[in-house]
Design a protein around this ligand. Structure first.
Ligand SMILES: [Fe+2]
Length: 358
């Protein structure tokens, strides 16, 4: 009887909404802005002490939420959403995009960028997630600038080279993926920390209203059916190295599963449409399941979210894929931070700011 009840609860859950929005009141947005300034004034989320301010700030903000806001946040914490948007947030100082995007070096220390990073860190904490970075990625820093610095967008950059990397620092379209690394999702394995549980994005500038696409995985698994889903849990898949890793660091790998069943998160997915392959030695059943899965992913439209300074989007990296089209306006600048849920056990190199082995 208990199994039947669990199954009914699961079926009700997969028919629920995958995306919800928490709209902040003016007072809540002003409080978040004040708390973000405290972090920005000490140098941003990469500074020791930012972690404590964001934990305290999240607690203060959580105490001002109404019932509906709290229930949406609770749904996210329980792992039942693919994404959660926060809206009604305050603009940071520079609301209009300049004619040309400044260099990453200038942007990284810009007070408005630091504010967005701080805001992201506090919002992650509201969801019981801690911000972190990998030693092998983004020079070990938590705040990642997502923009076309290296070319591949619709409009050519003046310094654009022949080879353009496929990463969040280029303008190329990025097919459906979860964020690397791809070895595991909850406990460290083979000397590698788990994949991020979540990523949070805010837009500093998005003059062309270019969207980010989120593709929930639960409907795709329902679509391909139980046998194919089971095959995705086998360790039959390989991946190539991510271009976003620091030069000379990180690696491709193999013998991993795409899907993992997990006590706390329900299930977790690891996949990248342009980096994954099925191993030649996998059985015909698994090879076919992989084809079915890739085909279902490519047919899935997902939903599109247009970021602005007044919003932030948290994507559940264990339950959803995300992708984007080729960058059209090279002034588009997003600020991204990774988060770990409280159930994740990484290999910690440094606690404040949290740095883990990739
Ligand atoms: Fe991504």
């Amino acid at each position: 009887m208990k199994a039947t009840n669990n199954l009914a609860a699961y079926e009700a859950e997969i028919s629920e909404a995958e995306h919800l929005t928490v709209s902040f009141s003016e007072e809540q947005a002003a409080l978040l802005s004040r708390l973000s300034s405290e972090i920005s004034e000490i140098g941003g989320i990469q500074s020791p002490g930012a972690k404590e301010i964001s934990i305290r700030g999240a607690r203060q903000l959580a105490s001002c939420l109404d019932d509906e806001q709290s229930s949406h946040i609770e749904r996210y914490k329980q792992g039942r959403l693919s994404s959660l948007a926060f809206e009604g947030l305050c603009d940071v100082r520079l609301s209009h995009a300049p004619s040309v995007l400044p260099s990453p070096t200038e942007l990284k220390t810009h007070p408005s960028v630091l504010m967005l990073g701080a805001r992201n860190q506090i919002l992650l904490n509201i969801l019981d997630h801690r911000s972190f970075s990998y030693d092998i990625d983004n020079d070990g820093e938590q705040l990642r600038l997502v923009a076309n610095f290296k070319g591949g967008g619709v409009a050519r950059l003046s310094q654009e080279g022949e080879f353009v990397e496929q990463s969040s620092h280029s303008g190329l379209s990025l097919g459906p993926h979860t964020e690397a690394p791809y070895w595991c999702s909850s406990s460290a394995q083979g000397g590698h920390s788990p994949a991020p549980s979540a990523l949070i994005l805010s837009a500093m500038w998005n003059p062309g209203n270019e969207p980010t696409t989120v593709i929930p995985v639960a409907p795709i698994l329902s679509n391909i059916g139980p046998t194919n889903t089971l095959c995705l849990t086998s360790r039959s898949f390989n991946f190539t190295r991510s271009d976003s890793f620091n030069a000379g660091q990180g690696e491709g790998g193999g013998g991993i599963s795409i899907l993992e069943l997990d006590q706390n998160h329900g299930f977790s997915i690891r996949f990248n449409s342009y980096r994954f392959s099925v191993d030649d030695s996998a059985s015909g059943l698994v090879q076919r399941a992989y084809m079915e899965f890739c085909s279902a992913v490519s047919r899935s439209a997902g939903y599109k979210y247009v970021l602005s300074q007044q919003s932030a989007l948290v994507i559940n990296n264990l339950r959803a894929l995300h992708c984007r089209d080729v960058v059209k306006d090279n002034r588009r600048l997003l600020v991204r931070v990774f988060g770990y849920s409280k159930y994740v056990n990484p290999i910690v190199i440094r606690d404040d700011p949290l740095l883990v082995k990739g």
